[in-house]
Design a binder for this molecule. Structure first.
Ligand code: NDP
Length: 450
């Protein structure tokens, strides 16, 4: 068989086919740089064309969501489910409802998800889905009607052992409840087909908190590896959703000083540090408020600054927890100029390629989301296990298991991310995460033939 392989050949193949899918190509490029040398060193991987196969989704489902809103008007949205790779288990990954959702964004997220899931060590494949529906400003009834219409289409493609979606941006406990109810009614089955469910109907303790808490457990592991600790460090957080708020709360509980939150409209700044009381209030209220940060400012929990991001603030640690490509080259420069020592991604791919390159060149700690935000999907994996056993484990046992999973994700990254050929002790977490995940996924595919 002809020898396939090397970075340029595979990337240009994908580039020719999907030239308008910029986010997808960005995510693939980021991974290929690290894994192609591993691929080239393994004859079996090459013979079975593993890298090209890992980059291509196994299946993409597209559907139109036509629905009648509570005013009696017809609305038409687009829906997708990208079933990227099932070699390690059922497709697993969230649903996103946001006007910026398109195929390129979902393909990048599904691709990343496979690597993230591999790092957890749990039996989960990778997928992602969503819609261009914008739930902002809609009534609760409209959200329910949309979720039901979306599930009427999606339900024929998912199942507890086939594909198990979860939440993502704008898909929280309320939306998962509506989606699950519709699935159950249509299929007459009470099964673990979604994760992030309410505790009363098969949900798991700690799932809501898991991504943000897991991010801070990973940060703790990084600090321990460097003989330092979170206590006393100044931390800038972006985002004001599920990941940002739980990450900020756990960081404060560990003694960190969290000086910011943000959203698509601006920044909440508190140079003395947000309190756990303020963050708990935000956690309880963010889903029902239009702008939780402006509301916090009104209660003197910080200063609201319109149209600003947190990256110009002086901090030791930056945690981007909002969305993809939110931290640009100029933001990375500002962070470095102000002495930032660590960047751990809570969101998926929040740092642009240019920003990542600056962090890696400066040899500060830079951890990609596929490692540092893996806590959410890890807990989803534990929710699937509980559903399969028809049981519900207690919160402290699950929190302990989350902690130990994040420690082992950290350890996997360290093992593959050290020895950079320059004799330094610098850990390249990006390379470590990519290679550790690739080996597991590639070996699973190899063992199962074509
Ligand atoms: P939420 O919907 O709960 O919150 C998203 C937050 O990001 C909101 O505060 C939103 O502000 C803000 N935001 C959105 N777009 C922008 C933007 N362009 N600039 C600044 N802020 C913006 O989502 P999650 O917290 O669940 O998810 C956040 C990130 O974490 C995503 O990348 C997601 O894929 C990732 N992630 C989430 C997991 C989870 O378990 N939830 C698991 C792993 C990763 P506004 O209200 O103004 O739109």
């Amino acid at each position: 068989m002809a020898q396939k392989s090397n970075f340029e050949e595979i990337f240009s193949f994908l580039n020719d086919k999907f030239s308008n899918e910029t986010e997808y190509l960005q995510a693939v490029h980021e991974v290929l740089e690290d894994v192609v040398p591993i691929y080239n060193a393994n004859e079996d991987y090459k013979t079975f064309d593993i890298v090209r196969r890992i980059c291509m989704p196994e299946r993409i489902i597209y559907f139109t969501v036509s629905w009648m809103n509570s005013e009696g008007d017809i609305e038409v949205n687009q829906g997708w489910r990208v079933q990227h790779n099932s070699a390690m288990g059922p497709y697993k990954g969230g649903l996103r409802f946001h006007p910026t959702v398109n195929l390129s964004v979902l393909k990048f997220l599904a691709f990343e998800q496979c690597f993230k899931n591999a790092l957890t060590g749990l039996p989960m494949g990778g997928g992602k889905g969503g819609s261009d529906f914008n739930p902002k400003g809609r009534t609760d009834r409209d959200i329910m009607l949309f979720c039901q219409a979306f599930m009427r289409e999606l339900q024929r493609h998912i199942g507890a052992n086939t594909d198990v979606p979860a939440g993502d941006i704008n898909v929280g406990a309320r939306e998962i409840g509506y989606l699950y109810g519709e699935y159950r009614r249509l299929n007459n089955k009470f099964e673990g087909v979604l994760t992030g469910k309410g505790l009363e109907f098969g949900g798991s303790y700690v799932r809501t908190e898991a991504t943000g808490f897991g991010l801070i457990y990973f940060l703790e592991a990084v600090c321990r590896h460097r003989d330092s600790e979170i206590e006393g460090q100044t931390i800038a957080v972006s985002g004001a959703g599920n990941v940002a708020l739980h990450g900020a709360l756990k960081a404060v509980e560990k003694g960190g000083k969290v000086i910011s939150l943000s959203n698509s409209r601006g920044l909440l700044h508190n140079e003395d540090g947000l309190t756990d009381i303020a963050l708990k209030w935000a956690i309880d209220n963010h889903a029902t408020r239009n702008n939780i940060l402006a509301d916090m400012a009104e209660q003197n929990m910080g200063k609201w600054v319109l149209d600003k991001k947190p990256w110009h603030l002086k901090c030791d640690i930056a945690l981007p927890c909002a969305t993809q490509n939110e931290l640009l080259e100029e933001d990375a420069k500002a962070l470095l100029d102000n002495g930032c020592q660590m960047v751990l991604e809570g969101a998926n791919m929040p740092c642009t390629n240019e920003a990542q390159a600056l962090f890696l060149n400066a040899k500060i700690v830079y951890v990609p989301g596929k490692a540092s935000n893996a806590g959410g999907v890890a807990l989803s994996g534990l929710e699937m296990g509980q559903n399969a056993m028809f049981n519900q484990r207690n919160a402290s046992a699950l929190d302990e298991q989350l902690y130990s999973i994040m420690e082992s994700v950290h350890q996997r990254c360290v093992e593959e991310g050290q020895n950079n050929g320059d004799g330094s002790s610098y850990i390249d977490y990006m390379k470590g995460a990519n290679i550790a995940a690739f080996r597991r996924l590639a070996d699973a595919m190899l063992a199962q033939g074509v």
